[in-house]
Design a protein around this ligand. Structure first.
Ligand code: 6R9
Length: 596
């Protein structure tokens, strides 16, 4: 266990007070890389905060900055949301219309007796009601928590329970398939609102005024995966909007009247920070495509909607690359001036492919659920270094920490991390704590929260190196968490479901390389006595996992094995399972013991 940073406590469950971690000594000296980009010259978070409206009396509410600010001015009639239905339907909602719907949704929450700080979950695909619910929840001062609609019943149940859901917004179909059987076990869940009923209910609701939230009041809850234990609920406060707004301006170059398309689902943090909040604060038109990836459809959307700025992910880019340059056809992408990527490493060849097919190099950006907003980026205006994540965003201080053989950050007697100085040397990527969109806590898990900090640094868990000019290059994750198609999957969540099957006694879930998804999940299970490795058992386990976990995270392949390597302390060595699977050198195996 790494030592824990002291002093990260919450004032109350309904407030998200960002305390500087306790400092026993002066902050760590350099070497770190302050941002050196021209685009960010003169930037400060205080000025970034001052660029927003705020509420009278010093309050701050994300929904006000995203909607009301524009609806009250000349931007009222501009299209805020352009929704493209799977079947070709188009729905345009102006800033004034979306503001009215959000106010009615807030009114509905009020009628239902939902209190400020309580959690409103959404389990839905990219439908207009999801966006209304998100912004209405924020307006009401409640906490919005999106879930990915491709999750199966088990991940949905775990998150609703851990997040103490009070209200769930979903569709009739998803409710029947994934939620109906769970509701009895969720005593805190009071209301399920079906998207199909919302138009009528909103029409009947009285629009509610903006809640007078403070910057530190909780606003967003996103679940993310760790190596062990249940998913972690990373809580963000309204102040995060300062970073959403600033990064949307400087990293995504969004300006009023731009058309912006973020392909991420709001079930993941990118789909909230940049699929909803950031771009709306900039007064742009946000394109939402309900459908899944399709190369022809995507090129057609970029061209027809005259998309100016596009935010997508390496998996999607690899699928476009696979579709061939001719798939672009004669679509006019002349309006597109910036394409940015997030979620997984963006290889240099993808950056260059962008130059050929989209007309410009793709700009990589790096961040995490916990960071809430872009932290490292190839900023527009800076030269792109193909293959590099970029440099720290203005106002963000990054560094690399040395790790010991067990993968823990090396600390001095005061708990401060030992920083890597030399260019090119690997280390764990750190960020100096205190930027506006830094998560407040993992809800209900103070130990897991404080394990993310050392001295006054936030530990990202990612491994990187820095070149002599300050660009950061991603090397890999420092833990066993799997990134598949841009989405984090916790091995433990998969293993615990597999172990619930009567034929399984233990399981290990790992990620293996995949040319499109980056990684795919596979699992190895040890059978219970009396069960042999048969094709039928493997099929049955795959179906079981798919049913319980959903297609997004269920293992693509399940092998039945005699033993799994464990450490002497009893932990399954996923690293070794992975090395064996891939035929890689097994490294230091001195603490391994095969069981059974
Ligand atoms: C926004 C988001 C975070 C993890 C992160 C890292 C990986 C994100 C990346 C990247 C290489 C990039 N990641 N951006 N890896 N290059 N540009 O993805 O949040 O779902 O919490 O995932 O994603 O491993 O630690 P989240």
């Amino acid at each position: 266990m790494p030592p824990r940073a002291a002093g990260r406590t919450m004032a109350s469950p309904h407030r998200c007070v960002q305390e500087a971690p306790m400092r026993t000594v002066a902050p760590s000296p350099t070497p770190t890389t302050p941002a050196s980009s021209e685009a960010g010259a003169g930037f400060s978070w205080a000025e970034a905060a001052a660029a927003l409206d705020g509420l009278p009396g010093g309050g701050l509410n994300i929904a006000h900055e995203a909607l009301d600010r524009h609806a009250a001015g000349p931007g009222a009639g501009r299209v805020a949301l352009r929704w493209l239905g799977r079947d070709g339907t188009r729905v345009d909602l102006t800033y004034a219309e979306l503001t009215d719907r959000a106010a009615r949704f807030a009114g509905l929450l009020q009628e239902l007796g939902v209190q400020r700080g309580e959690r409103v979950f959404a389990l839905a695909g990219r439908i207009p009601e999801l966006y209304v619910a998100a912004l209405g929840t924020l307006r009401h001062g409640a906490v919005f928590c999106p879930l990915f609609s491709a999750f199966g019943p088990e991940p949905v149940r775990v998150r609703l329970q851990r997040g103490d859901a009070r209200v769930l917004v979903t569709t009739r179909e998803l409710h029947e398939r994934k939620v109906a059987d769970l509701v009895d076990g969720l005593s805190g869940l009071r209301h399920v609102l079906l998207a199909e009923d919302l138009p009528a209910r909103l029409a009947a609701a009285t629009p509610a005024p903006m809640a007078a939230t403070e910057p530190d009041d909780p606003a967003l809850l996103h679940f993310t995966s760790g190596t062990t234990g249940t998913p972690k609920g990373a809580l963000h406060a309204h102040r995060a909007v300062v970073a959403h707004h600033a990064t949307s301006a400087l990293a995504l170059d969004l300006h009023e009247d731009d058309v912006f398309w973020c392909t991420a689902d709001p079930g993941w943090v990118t789909g909230t920070s940049y699929g909803i909040i950031g771009p709306l604060t900039r007064g742009v038109t946000v394109v939402v495509d309900e459908a899944e990836f399709d190369a022809d459809r995507w090129y057609a959307t970029l061209a027809r909607e005259r998309v100016n700025v596009w935010y997508t992910a390496p998996t999607a880019i690899r699928m476009l690359m696979r579709a061939g340059e001719e798939a672009r056809g004669d679509h006019d992408l002349g309006a597109l001036r910036l394409t940015a990527s997030v979620g997984e490493p963006l290889a240099a060849d993808a950056v260059r492919w962008g130059r050929r097919v989209l007309g410009h190099e793709i700009h990589d950006t790096w961040w995490q659920t916990e960071t809430g907003a872009i932290m490292v980026a190839n900023l527009p205006g800076d030269p792109v270094r193909p293959g590099a994540m970029g440099r720290p965003f203005p106002g963000i201080e990054a560094a690399l920490a040395r790790r010991d053989a067990e993968g823990h950050v090396v600390r001095d007697a005061f708990g401060r991390p030992e920083l890597v100085e030399a260019a090119g040397e690997p280390g764990e990527l750190l960020l100096r704590a205190g930027w506006p969109s830094m998560f407040c806590e993992y809800v209900g898990e103070p130990a897991r929260t404080s394990a993310c900090f050392a001295g006054d640094w936030y530990l990202s868990g990612d491994l990187a190196r820095r070149d002599e000019d300050g660009w950061y290059w991603f090397l890999g994750r420092g833990d066993d968490v799997i990134k598949t198609a841009g989405h984090l999957v916790g091995p433990f969540e998969i293993e615990s479901v597999l172990c619930e099957h009567a034929a399984v006694v233990e399981a290990a879930a790992i990620g293996i390389p995949d040319p499109i998804a980056g990684q795919v999940v596979i699992a190895k299970v040890v059978p219970a006595p009396g069960h042999a490795d048969t094709a039928e058992l493997r099929r049955e386990l795959r179906a079981f996992a798919r049913r319980r976990l959903g297609p997004a995270i269920a293992p693509r392949r399940i092998d039945v094995v005699d033993t799994l390597p464990r450490t002497r302390s009893g932990k399954i060595m996923r690293r070794l399972v992975r090395a064996q699977e891939l035929g890689l050198p097994e490294g230091d195996v001195s603490t391994v013991e095969a069981t059974r």
